[in-house]
Design a protein around this ligand. Structure first.
Ligand code: SF4
Length: 100
């Protein structure tokens, strides 16, 4: 089912637009990830809309295009993320190493 969503171009509709992935994160020397309250400069913190969404990859080289593979790899996406939920990854990460 998820593959069909990806193939038909509806992958991005899985995003809940919560904007939580658009805040800076810090990883310490032990690999523990800390989430900060510092938003991406292009995030509207009230509406949680990206102000440059259509051109985000051209304007902000730090913006990451989430793929199914990346969603499975990234340790800093929270369990409420629509992509993690769609892939059945909720509550399937190690508790150690993430402060979120
Ligand atoms: S955390 Fe997940 S659901 Fe929320 S904005 Fe980011 S990609 Fe979308």
């Amino acid at each position: 089912m998820l593959r069909n969503m990806f193939d038909t171009g509806t992958w991005e509709t899985i995003c809940k637009q919560c904007g939580r992935c658009c805040f800076e994160k810090i990883e310490d020397e032990d690999g523990t990830i800390f989430h900060t309250s510092v938003p991406c400069r292009y995030l509207d913190v009230v509406t949680r809309d990206c102000n440059i969404y259509e051109r985000r990859f051209q304007i902000n080289p730090e913006c990451i295009k989430l793929t199914e593979e990346l969603v499975r790899e990234l340790r800093w996406l929270h369990d409420g993320c629509g992509y993690r939920q769609a892939l059945g990854l909720t509550n399937k990460r190690e508790k150690k190493g993430s402060k979120f």
